[in-house]
Design a protein around this ligand. Sequence first.
Ligand SMILES: Cc1ncc(COP(=O)(O)O)c(C=O)c1O
Length: 288
Amino acid sequence: MGELVYINGDLIPKEDAKVSVFDHGFLYGDGLFETMRTYQKEVFRLEHHLQRLFLSLEYLKFPIPFSFVSLKEAIYKTIEANQLEDAYIRLNVTRGEGATVPDPTTCTSPNLIIITREYVPYSPALYQKGYKGKVVHVRPSPHTPSVTMKTLNFLNHIIAKMEAKESGFNEAIMVNTDGFVTEGTVSNIFMLKGDLLCTPAKEVGLLPGITRQAILEIADARELKTKESKITLNELLEADEAFLTNSLIEIMPLVEVDGLPIGKGTPGPLTQELMSCYKKLVKTELKL
Ligand SMILES: Cc1ncc(COP(=O)(O)O)c(C=O)c1O
C-alpha cells in the first residue's frame, strides 16, 4: 500500500496529494505546522502540540474550520491508514487559496494537511558524540511575533541552518538582537551551570518547545533547580553541560559551540540522566 496524505478530510495517495499554487501558505509562507512523533501508535503530548497550534491560529486570525477533537481524530486516522507504529507526523495548516497579494482576507478557507512517515531514529553514535553548534549571523528579534510560532515562513531558520551546515556544524545557535541566546533552528537549548539548569526565557523570542516544557517538568519532579532566563553566549560557553531538545530528537547533547568545548566537550552526566528520564516519561504517559 502506498503512502496516504490527509487533505481536508480525505486520504489521498502521495502522488496526487496537491494544493493550489494560489495557497498563501505557498505564496507567502502564511501557515503553521506541528511536528510530532508517535511511540507505538500513540502521539506524545498531542494535546500540547494542538494547544500551541490553536494559540497561533487565533493570533493569526485564521478561521478555524476544525475542532480540537476532529484534529486528533484526523491525525490518528492518518497514522492508522498508513499502518505506522513509530511515526513522524507533520501537520500543516495553510491560509488557503487567495489573491496574489499578501492579504489574508482574500483567502477562502484554510487547508489542513497531515503527512505521516515512518520515524527513522537518529544514529546512537550522534547521541554519544553530541552536537557541535555554530553561532550564526541570523539575529531574531524578541519583537517579531513569528519567532514564537511554528510558521511555514521558515526562511531565517533555513539560512541559519545552511550557515552552520556549510561549516560542518550540526546545528545553528541563534542569538537575538539584544545579544541573548534564543534557540537552534529546530531545537530549544538548555545549559547546566553548577546545580542550576537554565533555558532561555520565552521573552528572548523563541518557539516554546513541547519537549522544553517536558524537560522543565522532569527537572521539577527531580527537585533540580531550574531557571528560564536571559542567557548570554559567554554564559553558554562557560556552562558545565548543554543540550538541545525537540520532539523528534528528544535530547541531544551539545558538546561544542564555535569550536569551543562545553564542559568537558562530551555529553554530561545530567544530560545523560535526563535523556533516560525523558524516555521513561514517554513510556509512563503513553502507558507503553
Ligand atoms: C525553532 C524551533 N525551536 C524549538 C523547537 C522544538 O520544539 P518541540 O519540542 O515542540 O519539537 C522546534 C521544533 O522543530 C523549532 O523548530
